[in-house]
Design a protein around this ligand. Structure first.
Ligand code: SF4
Ligand code: SF4
Length: 500
């Protein structure tokens, strides 16, 4: 499109992205609300030069591009054309953009600035991104975390054969509710973007409705995932909190399959299906997620399962998942519940055939097959891996107040960052313990771990990091200082942890 054609239009910072002042730089991240994903945003959190955050703060949707550029050029004391040249790269950009400013390089995701269709709910002013220190775009670990999760307990109503949770000891929530409210308040005040609840079963926590109300009140959109059959009055209680959507994890519509997969009693099937019925009638949007394991694999029954949800107007998504390795299950257990290659292919093909035939979106969550990669391809895929956000931008509060990396590292003492019972989130985040865990010195790595002598150590460990869960799953919990099995220098894993 011609530049002159767009000068009179109103462009806005994509409402799917939010920005934060991170003391020595700014951070741009995807908003905590899946409905914004329809705005074609990448799932990102990226560090940017504060000057760019200031520039983007002008795009609040209150004026045309021409007027915005006039303001930008007068604020930065640059020409109108100079401002236009910088900004035009960020308008409806279909892919990420690498940016250089003042000798610093950083990255901006796709569709940073889009034509205004709706109001932004969060606007900024240039003063929000004034920093008082030297700009630091090098260190990946954020000065202030942006993602928090809270594990209410590790207690469930089912005993799934593929369970990935650490249930060697059951923890119920022992954090006083008043302290939880203070944490939510602090999270909001330091700019935490999302505050998720993980389980364990949320509905077994006595204050679940008060917790939801407090999180919604602070502006967080909680994604609830449950296997708990909710009764009519519990659904009333849920609605009263303001809940609009829920994920029901249901692996089959057949009682015997559920008894096999979830080790539940014979009445569970009817109770959970009744619960879906009531949620649908209550107008709560529903996502159904099914883990299809080897022992219950039957293509006809999976088809029946998909068709079953046609009758529910509020079922919006049905997702079929292949079970993955659990750190807390034995190799024999994994080989019992995993899917064979033929089953994985058949499941993907069935989903492909069924897509578009239902009023809901049918999805699969099956990792792509990565066999026969050359050494060069393996390296490429390792360097292109996703970052581990644990202790870099996110943290997880356990039911006893201890803080760890993520919902999968659970109670592992090696990865504890601190405890929030008597310390603030920022005190834990800035503690020596948390910082030292991110910047683990090479000298503490045992000599049998290739990391101990790795020439790429700092680039790897102090940047994207590695998945601790994969390391421990592949080599054992005592080998947590080994490389991730995807690293080109990693020894052959002791355990087979691949889905395929
Ligand atoms: S995981 Fe691999 S690349 Fe990273 S430090 Fe260890 S050996 Fe080096
Ligand atoms: S340890 Fe693994 S599962 Fe946890 S945040 Fe890091 S990459 Fe994700």
């Amino acid at each position: 499109m011609e530049i002159t054609q767009i000068l009179d239009k109103v462009y806005v910072l994509n409402p799917g992205y939010v920005m934060r002042n991170d003391i020595t730089r700014a951070v741009l991240a995807t908003r905590d609300n899946s409905s914004y994903h329809s705005l074609d945003v990448n799932d990102v959190s990226t560090i940017l030069h504060p000057a760019f955050a200031v520039l983007l703060s002008f795009f609040d949707g209150s004026r045309t591009l021409k007027d915005t550029l006039n303001e930008v050029s007068s604020y930065f004391n640059i020409s109108f054309e100079g401002a236009l040249k910088t900004v035009s790269k960020l308008i409806d950009n279909k892919s990420g953009v690498a940016v250089e400013y003042d000798g610093h390089f950083f990255y901006l995701p796709q569709n940073v600035l889009v034509e205004k269709k709706a109001e932004r709910t969060e606007c900024y002013s240039p003063g929000d991104f004034k920093i008082k220190t030297e700009v630091d775009l090098e260190h990946e670990r954020l000065n202030k975390p942006i993602y928090a999760s809270f594990l209410v307990s590790n207690r469930c109503v089912t005993d799934c054969i593929y369970c990935y949770a650490d249930k060697r000891r059951i923890y119920d929530c022992t954090i006083p509710f008043q302290r939880i409210l203070e944490l939510i308040e602090e999270a909001k005040s330091i700019g935490i973007i999302s505050f998720d609840i993980q389980g364990g079963e949320l509905f077994l926590y006595k204050d679940w409705d008060k917790l939801l109300t407090a999180l919604y009140g602070a502006g967080y959109s909680v994604y609830i995932s449950t296997k708990y059959p909710l009764s009519a009055w519990e659904i009333e209680r849920l609605k009263a909190t303001g809940t609009k959507e829920i994920q029901i994890s249901l692996d089959s519509i057949y009682g015997n399959d559920l008894m096999t997969n979830l080790k539940v009693g014979p009445g569970y099937r009817d109770r959970i299906l009744k619960s879906i019925d009531l949620l649908d009638k209550a107008g709560i949007r529903i996502k159904i997620k099914g883990v299809i394991t080897g022992p219950i694999f039957n293509l006809n029954k999976i088809e029946d399962y998909i068709n079953y949800f046609d009758k529910y107007a509020n079922v919006e998504v049905v997702e079929l998942t292949a079970p993955s390795h659990s750190l807390y299950k034995t190799a024999a257990e994994f080989s019992y519940y995993r899917l064979s290659e033929e089953q994985l292919s058949a499941l993907s093909e069935l989903a492909e055939r069924e897509k578009g035939r239902h009023h809901f979106e049918l999805r699969t969550d099956i990792p792509s097959r990565e066999e026969g990669l050359s050494d060069e391809e393996k390296k490429k895929s390792f360097y292109a891996r996703s970052s581990c956000s644990g202790n870099m931008s996110s943290f997880m509060i356990l039911p006893d107040g201890n803080v760890t990396y993520c919902e999968e590292t659970y109670f592992n003492p090696n990865l504890m960052l601190g405890n929030i019972l008597n310390s603030s989130i920022m005190d834990v985040w800035n503690s020596e313990r948390a910082r030292n865990l991110f910047y683990l010195p090479k000298s503490i790595f045992p000599k049998e771990s290739p990391c101990a002598t790795c020439r790429e150590f700092e680039d790897c460990r102090y940047s994207k990091g590695i998945c601790w869960v994969d390391v421990m799953a592949a080599y054992g919990e005592d080998k947590w200082l080994y490389p991730t099995p995807d690293c080109p220098y990693a020894p052959v894993p002791l355990n087979d942890i691949k889905v395929w």
